[in-house]
Design a protein around this ligand. Structure first.
Ligand code: PGA
Length: 242
């Protein structure tokens, strides 16, 4: 695990992009594992800016997103499909049919989840972008999720719903109670992982991920056993690492 402590959000985003660009340049048909949330938006801005400058193309890439809320129409502004279209896909040349987000509306959610696992297995992720929850979750794999899990439906923890209420008019009752997420094993199958963390609220989770025991109590701690992980924090999120 390589850890870079950037001074602020913008530098964190740029350092993550520099690492991602190496993959994009070496493998134009890369499979990108993508994440939602506040953390990767700066990285996505770097991707868009460099694409607009003509330095990279996404026309041969495939994307596989980590997660999606259950029950939100895809047109809802806070669905993760909407988030990805708005913050990245609409601004680069990735083919819409090559972008994949779990189906949170399927009649049989577990069947759709199993199909997503199979798709990810058939299209191994070259670089997986991750944020981290204040409780150490990656994707929506909350503490306690088995390390050998695949795509599954999760009941969101109260704290996670509270953290995400800022996107739902600060009204926790509007935050979906369930989500579909790639499992821990699916994430660990990625060839490389870039995890970004920003803000003091992540400092404790970042310290546990890097220095704590490998335990399902802090799902991200499993990354200690992955052979190719880059963690990029800003100063506040890296506070306990020194
Ligand atoms: P955030 O979420 O980027 O909005 O902080 C990260 C996460 O919960 O994984």
């Amino acid at each position: 695990m390589i850890v870079i402590q950037a001074k602020d959000y913008d530098e964190m985003s740029l350092k993550a992009y520099e690492a991602m660009k190496i993959v994009l340049t070496e493998k134009p048909e890369a499979v990108l594992g993508l994440a939602t949330g506040s953390t990767p938006i700066g990285l996505y801005k770097c991707m868009i800016a460099d694409y607009k400058a003509g330095a990279v193309s996404y026309k041969n890439t495939t994307s596989i997103n980590l997660d999606e809320y259950v029950g939100l129409p895809v047109t809802h502004p806070e669905s993760y499909r909407s988030f990805m279209n708005r913050n990245l896909f609409d601004h680069i040349d990735i083919k819409p049919e090559n972008t994949h987000v779990p189906d949170g509306l399927a009649e049989d959610l577990q069947k759709a989840a199993d199909e997503y696992t199979a798709f990810a297995a058939a299209h191994p992720i070259d670089v997986q972008i991750l944020g981290i929850g204040a409780n150490g979750h990656i994707g929506f794999n909350e503490p306690g999720t088995p390390f050998d899990s695949h795509t599954h439906v999760v009941t969101l923890k109260e704290g996670t719903r509270r953290d995400n209420a800022r996107f739902f008019d600060n009204d926790i009752s509007l935050v979906p109670t369930h989500a579909v997420t790639l499992g821990m094993q699916d994430i660990m199958n990625a060839k490389a992982v870039i995890l970004l963390a920003s803000g003091a609220g992540k400092a404790d989770a970042v310290a546990k991920m890097i220095k704590g025991p490998v335990s399902t109590d802090c799902p991200a701690s499993i990354l200690q056993t992955h052979p190719n992980v880059l963690v990029v924090t800003d100063e506040a999120a890296g506070y306990y690492l020194n």
